[in-house]
Ligand binder design. Structure first.
Ligand SMILES: Nc1ncnc2c1ncn2[C@@H]1O[C@H](COP(=O)(O)OP(=O)(O)OP(=O)(O)O)[C@@H](O)[C@H]1O
Ligand SMILES: [Mg+2]
Length: 406
């Protein structure tokens, strides 16, 4: 699929922008702070309805200059071509209110837009996928799961709501220094509700991990600067439920039992029952801590290089390769998801400022991917950062204005 038209109103630094794109490569070149990332962020936002740069969406609405009236919201609109059919997606980000969405000009819930525009974005911040806390990797898996099966967005929202309510109950029990009979009854109700959504979320993540696994290994081999056993990349779903039940930490050098245990988590009904049992066991500790101690929100994606955890063992260069491999694998997985859009599930590839931080080998590897993509949007501060093999359309970005370079 590809984005043929993009329109922005009061999004970030853009007051008003209308631009058309061709399939293939489009490059945006301009000095720092001119609006390159803001532009590709807008497309990414339409795809996931979330931004990886900010916690609060109000940062996405243009801040007026002093003396100018502050816009109340931002609009991002894009025409997406899947096969021959165009789809027009629009989201309005209203400061302090819920987003509004339109699909082919008709009002709809924002959630209905999910999955319609697929993107995979590479950015220097991706190193966080390897280095940072589990929440970053859970989000990586959840975003992919929603892309593959948009209905999961509802499960995710439901999960977060139930998790928060159960946490409040546990906090109340802690404050009361014990669980009254009525609290015990509601806790059991929350256990069942949380376990049910947890199990669906976990199964969806394990499904993503299963599909991603071989692509991570091959993508790592593509971007790694060394070959051999040291460069074998592996991933595992690290489920707090399994650890709670006494399973060992995933450790590819010791055993592959983890793979079997992981697969069992695809059985939603069985996992629900196992989670309810684990929660019942944990009640005293959960009340003592005033927190939910088992489930999807405590899980992680374990990353291994040469059998060792990438976090804590791998070098900076290896971690960067792993991060690139995770993005590249996502792109390959979605591209090969032939069930979607009549076989046109290939995501739009976004490379925000990545070539500058790559060595020659990784540059070559990514250049090959970009050249073969149905649509790739590439940003760079200077022309020299863009490999010479990358041609196609080029725009100069200056003060949030695009000028076609001919
Ligand atoms: N909500 C907003 N309203 C107005 N301006 C904003 C808003 N959010 C960000 N900006 C401005 O946008 C600019 C950053 O744009 P962007 O991140 O797209 O730059 P860039 O071209 O990618 O630069 P770099 O090469 O450094 O990555 C900054 O000057 C910032 O102040
Ligand atoms: Mg940028």
């Amino acid at each position: 699929m590809y984005v043929s038209d993009l329109a922005l109103d009061d999004f970030r630094s853009y007051e008003h922008l209308v631009v058309s794109f061709e399939p293939g490569i489009t490059t945006f070149v301009g000095p720092n702070g001119q609006g390159k990332t803001n532009l590709v962020e807008a497309i990414g936002y339409l795809s996931t309805l979330s931004s990886h740069r900010v916690g609060s969406e109000s940062a996405l609405v243009r801040r007026a200059a002093p003396g100018e009236e502050q816009p109340g919201g931002a609009v991002v609109r894009a025409k997406v071509i899947h096969g021959e059919r165009p789809t027009v997606l629009e989201v309005e980000i209203v400061s302090g209110k819920a987003n509004r969405a339109r699909l082919n000009r008709g009002q709809t819930r924002p959630r209905e837009l999910l999955g319609l525009l697929r993107t995979v974005a590479f950015a220097p911040e991706d190193l966080a996928l390897v280095r940072e806390e589990p929440v970053v990797r859970r989000r990586f898996l959840d975003d992919l799961a929603v892309t593959l099966r948009p209905a999961l967005a509802g499960v995710r929202v439901e999960h977060d709501r139930i998790l928060a309510q159960r946490a409040s109950l546990l906090k109340a029990a802690r404050a009361a220094r014990g669980v009254s009979a009525s609290m015990a009854t509601s806790l059991e109700v929350w256990d069942a509700q949380l376990a049910a959504v947890d199990a669906r979320l976990i199964a969806a993540r394990v499904d993503v991990v299963t599909h991603l696994r071989d692509w991570v290994a091959s993508s790592y081999a593509t971007v790694s600067t060394v070959s051999g056993a040291q460069s074998e990349a592996q991933i595992a779903y690290r489920a707090s439920l399994l650890l709670r039940e006494g399973a060992a930490e995933p450790d590819p050098r010791r055993s592959t039992a983890w793979l079997e245990e992981e697969k069992e988590l695809l059985d939603v009904e069985a996992t629900t029952a196992r989670l309810i049992a684990a929660m019942a066991d944990l009640h005293p500790q959960e009340v003592e801590r005033g927190a939910n101690l088992v489930g999807a929100h405590r899980d992680d994606l374990s990353l291994f290089l040469g059998g060792l955890p990438a976090k804590g063992f791998a070098s900076h260069g290896e971690q960067w390769s792993m991060a690139l491999a995770l993005r590249l694998a996502s792109y390959e997985m979605l591209r090969h998801d032939v069930d979607a859009f009549g076989g046109d599930g290939e995501p739009v590839l976004i490379l925000d400022d990545v070539f500058a931080s790559l060595d020659a080998r990784r540059r070559r590897a990514l250049t090959g991917v970009v050249a073969g993509a149905q649509q790739a949007l590439v940003t760079a501060a200077v022309d020299e950062d863009v490999p010479s093999e990358i041609d196609g359309a080029r725009f100069k970005v200056e003060a949030s204005t695009l000028t076609a370079v001919t």
